[in-house]
Ligand binder design. Structure first.
Ligand code: G3D
Ligand code: MG
Length: 189
């Protein structure tokens, strides 16, 4: 899904306390862009699409008495052709790794995505997301949960189609990101 430029605004002028780059990863067609669009209602900065080959979305999230401005980076299709460029990962403070519950191979490939996050970003708050929960599943919730447990990740099932759990993914991640920013005291204001 490609967001159309004319219906979007740039940098909604809302105050925030922290900001963080959050990367959305996973195999092609698992629903990354659909999830990002559903969550942010499509706010993005179009120039980033041309210069970096990414969809760039912005959404503020309240975490207790603070506001985190999430800058979501979504691959613009390069994941179809090979590894996503290192600069896509650099500086990320959180990650959402998505697989498609109807395609087991996309879960098997999650490990590769996580390895790359870890090698470039170190250990950052990460959510594992089983998307397309509105369709007939080939990966059960228990399988997703077991996999997530082994890797010490939080797991949620979403449907970008009907909106199920999409906000929850980013709310939980925002909480973890704010805690980790406050722990490291590396505020990116
Ligand atoms: P990607 O960004 O990971 O490559 P997209 O994936 O967001 O482009 O989604 C790929 C296809 O899956 C799209 O269908 C999209 O509509 C569909 N899709 C994404 N999320 C869901 C979901 O939760 N449920 C269902 N049923 N479909 C979903 P098309 O046909 O446009 O290619
Ligand atoms: Mg996409």
């Amino acid at each position: 899904m490609t967001p159309s430029i004319e219906s979007k605004e740039r940098d909604p002028p809302v105050p925030y306390d922290y900001r963080a780059k959050v990367i959305v990863l996973g195999d092609a067609a698992v629903g990354k862009t659909s999830i990002a669009v559903r969550f942010t209602k499509g706010f993005f900065s179009p120039e980033y699409i041309q210069t970096l080959g990414v969809n760039f979305f912005v959404q503020n999230v309240a975490v207790e008495d603070k506001v985190l401005r999430m800058q979501l980076w979504d691959t613009a299709g390069q994941e179809r052709f090979g590894p996503v460029l290192e600069k896509y990962y650099v500086g990320a403070k959180g990650a959402v790794v998505v697989f498609d519950k109807t395609v087991p191979q996309t879960l098997a490939n999650v490990r590769g995505w996580l390895d790359r996050v870890k090698s470039i970003c170190g250990i950052i708050p990460t959510m594992l997301v089983g998307n397309k929960a509105d369709l007939k599943e080939a990966v059960t919730a228990a399988q997703g949960e077991t996999f997530a447990e082994q890797l010490q990740l939080s797991y949620l099932e979403t449907s970008a189609k009907n909106g199920m759990n999409v906000v929850k993914v980013f709310t939980l991640l925002a909480f973890e990101v704010v805690k980790s920013l406050e722990r490291s005291e590396q505020f990116d204001l």
